[in-house]
Design a protein around this ligand. Structure first.
Ligand SMILES: [Zn+2]
Length: 308
């Protein structure tokens, strides 16, 4: 279903027929980029909400193939060296704890009852689920990648393998749902928002981290480090993320950005370490980071959700 570079001009012929997946406004092509499968993809911008989306979107079967085999083993810009390893786990836990601090998670959770339930969507081997279990939560996770889920299950974690949209979860049963660097991979984020708002308790929280469509994305264009197609299908500005979730009764409460475009290296020299520290701090301070983290609250059904 994907086309080769010689056919990429067709992208422009077809663009008028398509609309934004989030708000329904028209989209226009910004540029094309070669994907990890050597096909050419168009990056399209919504004229209404500013969201970037990838065209064409891979089929469900093609997406499933992307996350099997080397994705979690071969170190590339788009995958992981060895996701199940202790080193990767340590780095994931470091970022998780930093994000939770900035989301004021610890103040919020103090006021919850003794049975606190969290679901991590896109949990891979369940490093975040394990962390929550160790901190007094009852954690569950779901992921499409069978190999990763099997590793998590062997560590006695409650993980589900499959599609979140078709896996049964009890309504209003979770205090917290998390999507750590996952939403950009989803073909239908709107359907996820709809279902998340159903399984969250009223007043429950949704935490999302994703690549941030801001200064670095616009400045670096095709060379932006997170422009990994076709794995990353959507790129959000703060406003487009807020507006899309709000259609399903999920109201953004706070957000922040981090990351200056300098990706961590193994054995960095002093100059790199210094530059990264300075630029990361500036990106965070001026809200220019190329990752965004946001907290949403699940409003009661009658108070503003517009999508049905
Ligand atoms: Zn839009």
């Amino acid at each position: 279903m994907l086309f080769t570079s010689s056919e990429s001009t067709k992208i422009n012929d077809k663009e008028n027929a398509r609309v934004c997946s989030a708000c329904g406004n028209s989209v226009h092509s910004l540029f094309s980029k070669e994907g990890s499968d050597s096909s050419i993809y168009a990056i399209e911008e919504c004229t209404g909400c500013g969201l970037w989306q990838v065209y064409p979107r891979p089929t469900a079967e093609e997406l499933e193939k992307l996350y099997t085999g080397s994705y979690f083993h071969a170190r590339t810009d788009r995958g992981y060296a060895d996701y199940a390893s202790e080193a990767v786990k340590k780095s994931i836990v470091y970022t998780l704890e930093k994000n939770l601090r900035d989301l004021k998670f610890y103040d919020w959770e103090k006021n919850l009852g003794s049975l606190k339930k969290v679901l991590d969507i896109g949990c891979a081997a369940g490093h975040a689920v394990e962390w929550f279990n160790q901190h007094g939560w009852c954690g569950e996770g779901i992921d499409v990648a069978p190999e990763m889920v099997a590793i998590g299950k062997s560590r006695n974690l409650k993980l589900h393998q499959g599609d979140f949209l078709t896996t049964p979860f009890k309504s209003h049963s979770f205090d917290l749902v998390t999507l750590w660097a996952s939403i950009e991979h989803l073909p239908e984020p709107g359907e996820f928002f709809r279902r998340i708002s159903r399984i969250l308790k009223p007043g429950g929280k949704l935490y999302i981290s994703t690549c941030h469509l801001g200064f670095f994305a616009r400045f670096q264009g095709q060379n932006w480090r997170y422009l990994n197609v076709p794995e990353h299908l959507y790129y959000f500005t703060k406003d487009s993320l807020r507006d899309w979730a709000s259609r399903y009764g999920l109201q953004m409460q706070r957000s922040f950005t981090y990351g200056s475009g300098l990706t961590s290296r193994e054995n960095p020299d002093l100059m790199f370490k210094f530059s990264k520290t300075v630029f990361d701090e500036m990106a965070r301070h001026f809200h220019l980071g190329d990752m965004i983290v946001a907290e949403f609250e699940n409003l009661p059904a009658s108070s503003g959700a517009t999508a049905t």
